[in-house]
Design a binder for this molecule. Structure first.
Ligand code: SF4
Ligand code: FES
Length: 251
């Protein structure tokens, strides 16, 4: 049964992108284990505001695991120590009375810190703009089943499309690679007939943008797959590599 617990929260504080950051530790009493970690941060911020102190800046939006905004590194893991969930789905019942919880922003050259726990993930938007869409005229909405697609392909495409663009894969990777993200965005289209037309071009353009923006490459350590809240598989990276090789062959 959930209890009220006393905890310490060690939070990264940084006034701006160019400022030096530091950890600050705060004590919170009687936090319900039914609260989410974001609700715990709300309680902390209320306390800080009441004490005339600056609240902690952090990103969030849907609070139900679908928007990918809640990008926090908690006790050494992107989205916290639990698996296959986002930060907003992490509850205080994962922690015990007397625990110290360390919360940091994503650490990656591709995601510079804006303030405290907020990072700039515009780089992902730029990668999508480089090719993560379908531009060919696909006509009006076809009747259901007018274009037959094998179930395995439709399932694999849907699995890739579950990527919410949170950036945990980059934060988890020792190379700061965005390959899992890019591979999911390439695969969701490459597996479907409508997306095949531009598949090679898409793989090439998105990878070129990823390199240009300073993300590293993949060395198959699989940390991205382990920390991804949507369990996106590195099978997608293999598919991306094949699409890229085909694109190079077509040059
Ligand atoms: S692949 Fe997973 S970890 Fe990476 S951005 Fe998508 S959902 Fe987040
Ligand atoms: S706040 Fe939207 S996924 Fe967490």
């Amino acid at each position: 049964m959930d209890k009220d617990i006393n905890i310490k929260v060690r939070v990264w504080r940084q006034h701006g992108p160019k400022e030096k950051g530091r950890f600050e530790t705060y004590s919170l009493e009687k936090v319900s284990q039914s609260a989410s970690i974001l609700e715990m941060l709300d309680i902390l911020n209320e306390k800080l505001v009441n004490e005339d102190k600056e609240p902690v800046a952090y990103d969030h939006d849907c609070r139900e695991g679908i928007c990918g905004m809640c990008s926090l590194y908690i006790n050494g893991h992107p989205h916290g120590p639990d698996t296959a969930i986002t930060t907003c789905q992490l509850h205080m019942r994962n922690f015990n009375d007397g625990d110290t919880i360390t919360i940091e922003p994503w650490r990656s050259a591709g995601f510079p810190v804006i303030r405290d726990l907020m990072v700039d993930r515009t780089a992902f938007d730029k990668i999508i703009q480089a090719g993560g869409y379908v531009t060919v005229n696909t006509g009006g909405t076809p009747d259901a089943n007018a274009i037959p697609i094998a179930k395995e392909k439709a399932d694999a495409s849907m699995d890739a499309a579950s990527c919410i663009g949170c950036g945990a894969c980059v934060a988890a990777c020792k190379n700061g690679s965005a390959m899992l993200f890019v591979s999911a965005k390439v695969s969701q289209f490459a597996l479907l007939p409508q997306g095949r037309v531009e598949a090679k071009k898409r793989a090439k353009s998105m990878l070129a943008k990823m390199d240009e923006l300073g993300f590293g490459n993949c060395t198959n350590t699989r940390q991205c797959e382990m920390e991804c809240p949507k369990s996106v598989s590195i099978i997608n990276i293999a598919r991306l590599n094949r699409e890229f090789l085909k694109a190079k062959g077509a040059d």
